[in-house]
Design a protein around this ligand. Sequence first.
Ligand code: AMP
Ligand code: FE
Ligand code: FE
Ligand code: ZN
Length: 277
Amino acid sequence: MIDLHCHTRESDGTDTPHELVQIAADAGITTLSITDHDTFAGYDAARPHAWKAGIELICGVELSCRHEEKTVHLLGYFRGAEGAPAEFREWVDGILTSRTERNLRLIAKLNGMGLDITLEEVQAIGGSVTGRPHFANVLVAKGYAADRNDAFRRLIGEEGAAFVERIGPTLAEAAGRIRAAGGVSSLAHPVRIGYFREPERELALLAELREAGLTAVEVYHSDHTPALCERYLEFANLLGLLQTGGSDYHGGNKAGLELGSVPVPWSVMEGLRSLGF
Ligand code: AMP
Ligand code: FE
Ligand code: FE
Ligand code: ZN
Protein backbone atom coordinates (compact mmCIF):
# COMPACT_ATOMS: atom_id res chain seq x y z
CA MET A 1 0.00 0.00 0.00
CA ILE A 2 1.16 3.53 -0.84
CA ASP A 3 0.46 6.87 0.84
CA LEU A 4 2.40 9.88 -0.46
CA HIS A 5 0.63 12.66 1.44
CA CYS A 6 0.38 12.98 5.22
CA HIS A 7 1.29 15.26 8.11
CA THR A 8 2.95 14.83 11.51
CA ARG A 9 2.75 17.16 14.48
CA GLU A 10 5.83 18.95 13.10
CA SER A 11 3.24 20.78 10.98
CA ASP A 12 -0.52 20.45 11.45
CA GLY A 13 -0.92 16.73 12.10
CA THR A 14 -1.21 15.33 15.61
CA ASP A 15 1.08 12.25 15.54
CA THR A 16 4.79 12.37 16.26
CA PRO A 17 6.91 11.17 13.30
CA HIS A 18 7.57 7.92 15.20
CA GLU A 19 3.84 7.36 15.83
CA LEU A 20 3.05 8.04 12.19
CA VAL A 21 5.51 5.35 11.05
CA GLN A 22 3.91 2.92 13.51
CA ILE A 23 0.42 3.71 12.18
CA ALA A 24 1.69 3.25 8.62
CA ALA A 25 3.22 -0.12 9.50
CA ASP A 26 -0.01 -1.26 11.20
CA ALA A 27 -2.04 -0.16 8.16
CA GLY A 28 0.17 -2.22 5.85
CA ILE A 29 1.74 0.75 4.08
CA THR A 30 5.00 -0.15 2.35
CA THR A 31 5.80 3.19 0.67
CA LEU A 32 5.16 6.38 2.61
CA SER A 33 5.96 10.04 2.13
CA ILE A 34 5.64 12.54 4.96
CA THR A 35 4.68 15.87 3.42
CA ASP A 36 4.55 18.33 6.31
CA HIS A 37 3.76 21.96 5.48
CA ASP A 38 6.97 23.94 4.91
CA THR A 39 9.29 21.72 6.97
CA PHE A 40 11.40 18.55 6.67
CA ALA A 41 11.56 18.05 10.46
CA GLY A 42 8.95 15.25 10.41
CA TYR A 43 10.69 13.40 7.59
CA ASP A 44 14.11 13.68 9.23
CA ALA A 45 12.81 12.40 12.57
CA ALA A 46 10.83 9.54 10.97
CA ARG A 47 13.71 8.22 8.85
CA PRO A 48 15.35 5.83 11.36
CA HIS A 49 11.94 4.52 12.49
CA ALA A 50 10.84 3.84 8.91
CA TRP A 51 14.10 2.02 8.27
CA LYS A 52 13.53 -0.21 11.29
CA ALA A 53 9.90 -0.85 10.29
CA GLY A 54 10.93 -1.79 6.75
CA ILE A 55 8.92 1.05 5.21
CA GLU A 56 10.22 2.91 2.19
CA LEU A 57 10.05 6.57 3.27
CA ILE A 58 10.22 9.21 0.54
CA CYS A 59 11.34 12.70 1.53
CA GLY A 60 8.48 15.11 0.90
CA VAL A 61 7.16 18.56 1.71
CA GLU A 62 3.96 20.52 1.03
CA LEU A 63 4.71 24.14 0.22
CA SER A 64 2.16 26.92 0.67
CA CYS A 65 2.32 28.96 -2.52
CA ARG A 66 0.57 32.01 -3.87
CA HIS A 67 -1.69 31.85 -6.87
CA GLU A 68 -4.12 34.63 -7.83
CA GLU A 69 -4.40 35.97 -4.24
CA LYS A 70 -5.02 32.50 -2.88
CA THR A 71 -2.86 29.88 -1.19
CA VAL A 72 -2.32 26.78 -3.28
CA HIS A 73 -0.34 23.77 -2.08
CA LEU A 74 2.52 22.25 -4.05
CA LEU A 75 4.05 18.91 -3.05
CA GLY A 76 7.76 18.26 -3.48
CA TYR A 77 9.41 14.82 -3.45
CA PHE A 78 13.14 14.13 -3.26
CA ARG A 79 15.22 11.03 -4.01
CA GLY A 80 17.58 9.29 -1.64
CA ALA A 81 17.81 9.02 2.13
CA GLU A 82 19.11 12.56 2.60
CA GLY A 83 16.22 13.87 0.55
CA ALA A 84 16.10 17.58 -0.24
CA PRO A 85 19.52 19.21 -0.58
CA ALA A 86 20.79 21.77 1.95
CA GLU A 87 20.25 24.77 -0.32
CA PHE A 88 16.59 23.89 -0.86
CA ARG A 89 16.10 23.29 2.87
CA GLU A 90 17.49 26.78 3.55
CA TRP A 91 15.02 28.25 1.09
CA VAL A 92 12.17 26.41 2.87
CA ASP A 93 13.42 27.81 6.21
CA GLY A 94 12.92 31.26 4.68
CA ILE A 95 9.26 30.39 4.03
CA LEU A 96 8.98 29.50 7.73
CA THR A 97 10.23 32.98 8.63
CA SER A 98 7.48 34.59 6.55
CA ARG A 99 5.00 32.34 8.35
CA THR A 100 6.23 33.57 11.74
CA GLU A 101 5.74 37.16 10.60
CA ARG A 102 2.20 36.33 9.45
CA ASN A 103 1.49 34.67 12.79
CA LEU A 104 2.62 37.78 14.67
CA ARG A 105 0.30 39.97 12.60
CA LEU A 106 -2.55 37.50 13.12
CA ILE A 107 -2.05 37.68 16.91
CA ALA A 108 -1.98 41.49 16.75
CA LYS A 109 -5.25 41.52 14.81
CA LEU A 110 -6.95 39.11 17.23
CA ASN A 111 -5.69 41.14 20.21
CA GLY A 112 -6.99 44.29 18.48
CA MET A 113 -10.43 42.66 18.43
CA GLY A 114 -10.16 42.19 22.18
CA LEU A 115 -9.27 38.49 22.17
CA ASP A 116 -6.76 37.36 24.75
CA ILE A 117 -4.36 35.09 22.85
CA THR A 118 -0.55 34.99 22.63
CA LEU A 119 1.81 33.52 20.04
CA GLU A 120 3.50 31.49 22.79
CA GLU A 121 0.21 29.74 23.57
CA VAL A 122 -0.30 28.85 19.93
CA GLN A 123 3.30 27.74 19.37
CA ALA A 124 3.16 25.55 22.47
CA ILE A 125 0.68 23.15 20.84
CA GLY A 126 2.59 22.83 17.55
CA GLY A 127 5.87 21.39 16.31
CA SER A 128 8.26 23.09 13.89
CA VAL A 129 5.50 24.86 12.00
CA THR A 130 2.79 26.95 13.64
CA GLY A 131 -0.22 27.30 11.37
CA ARG A 132 -3.78 28.45 11.48
CA PRO A 133 -5.04 25.00 12.56
CA HIS A 134 -3.13 25.59 15.81
CA PHE A 135 -4.70 29.04 16.14
CA ALA A 136 -8.11 27.40 15.62
CA ASN A 137 -7.48 24.89 18.41
CA VAL A 138 -6.48 27.61 20.88
CA LEU A 139 -9.45 29.82 19.90
CA VAL A 140 -11.81 26.90 20.54
CA ALA A 141 -10.11 25.97 23.83
CA LYS A 142 -10.49 29.57 25.03
CA GLY A 143 -14.15 29.73 24.06
CA TYR A 144 -13.66 32.32 21.30
CA ALA A 145 -15.04 29.92 18.70
CA ALA A 146 -17.60 27.13 18.89
CA ASP A 147 -15.40 24.73 16.92
CA ARG A 148 -12.49 24.79 14.47
CA ASN A 149 -14.77 25.51 11.50
CA ASP A 150 -16.29 28.44 13.34
CA ALA A 151 -12.79 29.76 14.12
CA PHE A 152 -11.88 29.73 10.43
CA ARG A 153 -15.23 31.08 9.24
CA ARG A 154 -15.51 34.02 11.62
CA LEU A 155 -11.90 34.79 12.54
CA ILE A 156 -8.87 33.37 10.76
CA GLY A 157 -10.14 32.00 7.43
CA GLU A 158 -9.97 33.96 4.17
CA GLU A 159 -13.36 35.54 4.92
CA GLY A 160 -12.64 35.90 8.65
CA ALA A 161 -12.39 39.23 10.48
CA ALA A 162 -8.75 38.68 11.51
CA PHE A 163 -7.49 37.15 8.25
CA VAL A 164 -3.92 38.03 7.35
CA GLU A 165 -2.44 37.16 3.99
CA ARG A 166 0.88 35.40 3.95
CA ILE A 167 3.72 36.21 1.59
CA GLY A 168 5.03 33.03 0.03
CA PRO A 169 6.56 31.87 -3.24
CA THR A 170 4.39 31.72 -6.33
CA LEU A 171 3.44 28.27 -7.61
CA ALA A 172 5.72 28.73 -10.61
CA GLU A 173 8.69 29.78 -8.47
CA ALA A 174 8.24 26.83 -6.13
CA ALA A 175 7.94 24.36 -9.03
CA GLY A 176 11.15 25.78 -10.50
CA ARG A 177 12.98 25.56 -7.18
CA ILE A 178 11.93 21.94 -6.63
CA ARG A 179 13.10 20.98 -10.10
CA ALA A 180 16.40 22.85 -9.69
CA ALA A 181 16.95 20.97 -6.42
CA GLY A 182 16.53 17.64 -8.24
CA GLY A 183 13.04 16.98 -6.89
CA VAL A 184 9.65 16.19 -8.33
CA SER A 185 6.80 18.65 -7.78
CA SER A 186 3.14 17.68 -7.80
CA LEU A 187 0.15 20.02 -7.72
CA ALA A 188 -1.63 19.05 -4.48
CA HIS A 189 -5.40 18.32 -4.42
CA PRO A 190 -6.13 20.35 -7.60
CA VAL A 191 -9.86 20.37 -6.80
CA ARG A 192 -9.17 22.87 -4.02
CA ILE A 193 -7.83 25.54 -6.37
CA GLY A 194 -11.50 26.20 -7.01
CA TYR A 195 -11.59 25.85 -10.80
CA PHE A 196 -13.14 22.41 -10.81
CA ARG A 197 -16.23 23.74 -12.57
CA GLU A 198 -13.94 25.03 -15.32
CA PRO A 199 -11.81 22.04 -16.34
CA GLU A 200 -10.24 23.91 -19.24
CA ARG A 201 -8.89 26.48 -16.77
CA GLU A 202 -7.39 23.71 -14.64
CA LEU A 203 -5.77 22.21 -17.70
CA ALA A 204 -4.36 25.59 -18.75
CA LEU A 205 -2.86 26.13 -15.28
CA LEU A 206 -1.24 22.68 -15.34
CA ALA A 207 0.20 23.36 -18.79
CA GLU A 208 1.58 26.70 -17.59
CA LEU A 209 3.10 25.13 -14.48
CA ARG A 210 4.66 22.34 -16.50
CA GLU A 211 6.68 25.00 -18.31
CA ALA A 212 7.81 26.29 -14.89
CA GLY A 213 9.01 22.84 -13.82
CA LEU A 214 5.93 20.95 -12.62
CA THR A 215 6.43 17.18 -12.92
CA ALA A 216 3.24 15.63 -11.55
CA VAL A 217 -0.39 16.04 -10.49
CA GLU A 218 -1.90 14.70 -7.28
CA VAL A 219 -4.57 12.55 -8.95
CA TYR A 220 -5.58 10.44 -5.93
CA HIS A 221 -6.64 12.42 -2.84
CA SER A 222 -9.29 12.21 -0.12
CA ASP A 223 -11.06 15.29 -1.56
CA HIS A 224 -11.30 13.78 -5.06
CA THR A 225 -14.38 11.87 -6.17
CA PRO A 226 -13.75 8.96 -8.57
CA ALA A 227 -14.83 11.27 -11.42
CA LEU A 228 -12.26 13.89 -10.38
CA CYS A 229 -9.50 11.24 -10.11
CA GLU A 230 -10.38 10.25 -13.66
CA ARG A 231 -10.26 13.86 -14.80
CA TYR A 232 -6.88 14.61 -13.25
CA LEU A 233 -5.47 11.31 -14.56
CA GLU A 234 -6.60 12.33 -18.03
CA PHE A 235 -4.97 15.77 -17.63
CA ALA A 236 -1.73 14.18 -16.43
CA ASN A 237 -1.66 11.85 -19.42
CA LEU A 238 -2.52 14.67 -21.84
CA LEU A 239 0.33 16.82 -20.58
CA GLY A 240 2.86 14.05 -19.99
CA LEU A 241 2.88 14.68 -16.24
CA LEU A 242 3.32 11.93 -13.64
CA GLN A 243 0.67 11.10 -11.01
CA THR A 244 0.95 11.10 -7.24
CA GLY A 245 -1.58 10.38 -4.53
CA GLY A 246 -2.24 10.07 -0.84
CA SER A 247 -4.74 10.49 1.97
CA ASP A 248 -3.63 13.90 3.36
CA TYR A 249 -3.90 12.31 6.80
CA HIS A 250 -3.62 14.87 9.66
CA GLY A 251 -4.27 12.59 12.66
CA GLY A 252 -6.81 14.04 15.10
CA ASN A 253 -6.85 17.34 13.19
CA LYS A 254 -8.89 15.67 10.42
CA ALA A 255 -10.92 13.19 12.39
CA GLY A 256 -12.12 10.15 10.47
CA LEU A 257 -9.53 10.38 7.71
CA GLU A 258 -7.18 7.40 8.04
CA LEU A 259 -3.66 6.97 6.75
CA GLY A 260 -3.71 4.77 3.63
CA SER A 261 -7.46 5.29 3.15
CA VAL A 262 -7.08 6.58 -0.43
CA PRO A 263 -6.25 3.83 -2.93
CA VAL A 264 -3.09 4.77 -4.84
CA PRO A 265 -2.25 2.44 -7.76
CA TRP A 266 1.24 1.03 -8.23
CA SER A 267 1.49 2.87 -11.56
CA VAL A 268 2.17 5.97 -9.44
CA MET A 269 5.33 4.38 -8.04
CA GLU A 270 6.31 3.04 -11.46
CA GLY A 271 6.27 6.61 -12.74
CA LEU A 272 8.40 7.85 -9.85
CA ARG A 273 10.76 4.87 -10.20
CA SER A 274 11.34 5.88 -13.83
CA LEU A 275 12.79 9.10 -12.41
CA GLY A 276 15.12 7.26 -10.04
CA PHE A 277 12.98 7.00 -6.88
P1 AMP B 1 -1.69 28.19 7.27
O1 AMP B 1 -0.75 27.44 6.37
O2 AMP B 1 -1.14 28.42 8.63
O3 AMP B 1 -2.21 29.44 6.62
O4 AMP B 1 -2.96 27.23 7.51
C1 AMP B 1 -3.56 26.59 6.41
C2 AMP B 1 -4.23 25.32 6.86
O5 AMP B 1 -5.39 25.63 7.59
C3 AMP B 1 -4.70 24.46 5.69
O6 AMP B 1 -3.72 23.54 5.28
C4 AMP B 1 -5.90 23.75 6.27
O7 AMP B 1 -5.46 22.55 6.92
C5 AMP B 1 -6.42 24.71 7.32
N1 AMP B 1 -7.59 25.45 6.85
C6 AMP B 1 -7.61 26.49 5.99
N2 AMP B 1 -8.85 26.97 5.83
C7 AMP B 1 -9.65 26.20 6.61
C8 AMP B 1 -11.07 26.18 6.90
N3 AMP B 1 -11.90 27.06 6.34
N4 AMP B 1 -11.52 25.25 7.77
C9 AMP B 1 -10.69 24.37 8.35
N5 AMP B 1 -9.36 24.33 8.12
C10 AMP B 1 -8.84 25.23 7.26
FE1 FE C 1 -2.53 20.73 6.61
FE1 FE D 1 -2.71 20.61 1.27
ZN1 ZN E 1 -1.55 18.11 3.09
